[in-house]
Design a protein around this ligand. Structure first.
Ligand code: G6P
Length: 481
C-alpha cells in the first residue's frame, strides 16, 4: 500500500494507542479506527502528541502490542502549548467554526500562537523521521500549518492533509482572523482530501476569495504561486471485514449475553447510539427524540431499551458542562418514564473495545446517529458492517456525511424530535425483507469502499498530485524557452 521508495509517515494529534492500566489500547474516535488498519498493513511511523510530564511519552513505541507493525512516535508538548493548541485553537475555535456552531466559537491570539508553535514541532518530528523524501499523511484540522514547515526542509516530500471534518462556507470561514495564513498553510500540501464534494467546493471558494487562487477543473487543483494543490473528495471508511467477522465471533456472542444478563436486559429490544461526548453529535436532541418516541408510542414502554454510549475524550470546557447536561437529561427521562425494573435509557460513558462494540451493534435493532453536523461519522458504517443478521436499521442524521455517502440508510432530521420518533417506530415495524434489502445495499457499498480502498486512493492521488506539480513546472519552463 505504501509508495515505493518512500517512507510512510502519518501525523495526527490523537495517538492511535494509549496506555491504560499498564496496557497499550487503541484509542476512541474515528480517526484512529480508520488509520490503524492502514498502518498495520503498510508499516511506517505515526507521529502524535504527548504532554510533557504526563504519563509515558517515551519517544518511539512499536505498535500494536500484540503484533508490532509500525512505530508510534510522540512529540513532547508542554501543558501550556497543548492547552492553547488543542483545547484552544483546535477545539474552541476551529471545531465549532467548521461545524457552524458559531455561538460556541472562542478566539484568543495566544491560541493561534500555540497552534503555529505545535504545528512546527510536529513538522520537526516528520523531518527528523524522514530518510529521503517521505509520503506524509497529515490528519485533520489540528495540522493546517504543518505542511509549510515540512516543505521548507523537504521540498520534494509528498504531503497530503485529510480534512476529516466539514469545511464551512466562505460566509462562515470569514470569521477566522488568520484565514489567509491558514489557507496558505494548507496550500503547501500536494493534496487535500475532503469527505464530501460540498466541503471541497466551500474550500475552493475560500481560497479564491482570500488568496485569488485559480481553480483548474481539469487538474482538479488550486493553482497559486506556481504550485498546484490537488483537491479530492475521498469519503473515509472502516475496515469492513474486521467488523463483520468480529460481530460473527464467539467472543461477541459471549460478550453480549454477559452484558444483557448483567444489566437485566434479556429479551429487550435494543436501540443504540455511540458517540464521543460532543455537542456536534446532538446527544440531547437524540434523548429528546427517545422521550417523544415513548410518549407517542407508549406500547414500546417496558420493551425497548436505548443504549446511549457517550465517551468523553475532551475534558475541558465546554465539554464538562455538556456532559452534565446529557447526564441530567438522561436522569430526567428515566425518572419520568421508568416503571418497575424497566428503564428506557441505559447511559454508558465507559469506552468499549472495538470487539465489544461490534457485538453491541450486532445486537441492536436500530441505531440513531443524531449529529447536528458531521464530516462523515464512522459509527454509522461500523453498525452496518456489524449487522451480519441483516435485522437492523440505521437512522442517520441528514447532516452527517455518512447519510449522503451510504445508500440504504434512513435519513433523519435530529431537529425534528417527532419525525425521529416516527422513524424509530418505522424501524421497529418495517418488514424484515425491507430491512434486509437496505442493509445489503449499505453493506455492499461499505465493503467495496472500505478503509483500505480509501488509503489506496489517497496514496494514488498523492502521487498523481506530485506529477501535476512536476508537469506544470516543466511545461512552464518549455513555454519560457
Ligand atoms: C472525531 C473527528 C475527527 C477528529 C477527532 C478528534 O473523531 O471525526 O476528525 O480528529 O474527533 O477527537 P479528539 O477526541 O481527539 O479531540
Amino acid at each position: 500500500m505504501a509508495l515505493p521508495g518512500r517512507k510512510l509517515i502519518v501525523v495526527s494529534n490523537r495517538e492511535p494507542y494509549r496506555l491504560k492500566g499498564g496496557r497499550l489500547e487503541r484509542t476512541v474516535g474515528g480517526l484512529a479506527a480508520a488509520l490503524d488498519p492502514v498502518m498495520r498493513a503498510s508499516g511506517g511511523v505515526w507521529i502524535t502528541s504527548g504532554v510533557k510530564g504526563r504519563g509515558d511519552i517515551s519517544s518511539r513505541i512499536a505498535v500494536p502490542p500484540e503484533d508490532p507493525s509500525y512505530v508510534m512516535r510522540k512529540v513532547p508538548i508542554t501543558e501550556e502549548d497543548m492547552d492553547g493548541f488543542y483545547n484552544g485553537y483546535s477545539n474552541r475555535f476551529l471545531w465549532p467554526l467548521c461545524h457552524i456552531t458559531l455561538d460556541r466559537v472562542r478566539f484568543k491570539r495566544s491560541y493561534w500562537a500555540s497552534y503555529g508553535k505545535v504545528n512546527r514541532l510536529f513538522a520537526g518530528a516528520v523531518i527528523d523521521e524522514s530518510s529521503g523524501d517521505p509520503a506524509v499523511l497529515l490528519q485533520d484540522y489540528h495540522l493546517a500549518m504543518c505542511a509549510l514547515s515540512i516543505r521548507a526542509s523537504l521540498p520534494d516530500a509528498l504531503i497530503s492533509l485529510f480534512w476529516h471534518i466539514p469545511w464551512p462556507p466562505y460566509a462562515v470561514f470569514r470569521i477566522c482572523p488568520h484565514r489567509r495564513e491558514l489557507l496558505e498553510g494548507l496550500l503547501a500540501n500536494d493534496l487535500i482530501g475532503f469527505q464530501l464534494d460540498a466541503f471541497k467546493t466551500n474550500f475552493i471558494r475560500c481560497a479564491q476569495e482570500e488568496l485569488g487562487a485559480r481553480f483548474d477543473p481539469e487538474k482538479d487543483a488550486l493553482l497559486r504561486n506556481g504550485r498546484a494543490t490537488v483537491l479530492k473528495t475521498l469519503p473515509v471508511s472502516i475496515d469492513f471485514e474486521w467488523f463483520d467477522s468480529a460481530a460473527r465471533s464467539g467472543e461477541a456472542r459471549a460478550f453480549i449475553s454477559g452484558f444483557l444478563k448483567d444489566r437485566g436486559l434479556q429479551g429487550a429490544t435494543l436501540g443504540i447510539s455511540v458517540n464521543r461526548l460532543d455537542y456536534t453529535k446532538g446527544l440531547i436532541k437524540c434523548l429528546d427524540s427517545i422521550e417523544v418516541f415513548f410518549d407517542k408510542y407508549p406500547g414500546y414502554r417496558g420493551k425497548v431499551v436505548f443504549l446511549h454510549i457517550a465517551v468523553p475524550t475532551r475534558k475541558a470546557e465546554p465539554y464538562k458542562s455538556y456532559r452534565e447536561r446529557v447526564r441530567k437529561r438522561v436522569a430526567a427521562i428515566n425518572k419520568s418514564l421508568s416503571t418497575g425494573r424497566w428503564r428506557p435509557v441505559e447511559y454508558i460513558d465507559a469506552d468499549f473495545s472495538h470487539k465489544e462494540l461490534a457485538a453491541l451493534y450486532g445486537a441492536a435493532r436500530f441505531i440513531i446517529v443524531s449529529s447536528v453536523y458531521d464530516g462523515m461519522n464512522l459509527v454509522a458504517k461500523e453498525y452496518i458492517a456489524s449487522q451480519t443478521g441483516l435485522a437492523g436499521c440505521a437512522l442517520v442524521s441528514e447532516f452527517a456525511g455518512s447519510s449522503e455517502d451510504i445508500p440504504g440508510v434512513t435519513p433523519i432530521n435530529p431537529y425534528d424530535a417527532e419525525g425521529c420518533a416516527d422513524a424509530i417506530n418505522g424501524a421497529l415495524t418495517s418488514a424484515p425483507a425491507e430491512r434486509k434489502r437496505s442493509l445489503r445495499l449499505a453493506r455492499e457499498h461499505i465493503r467495496r469502499n472500505d478503509i483500505y480502498k480509501w488509503a489506496g486512493d489517497l496514496l494514488r492521488e498523492l502521487e498523481r498530485a506530485r506529477w501535476q506539480n512536476i508537469s506544470s513546472r516543466t511545461s512552464k519552463r518549455s513555454k519560457r524557452r
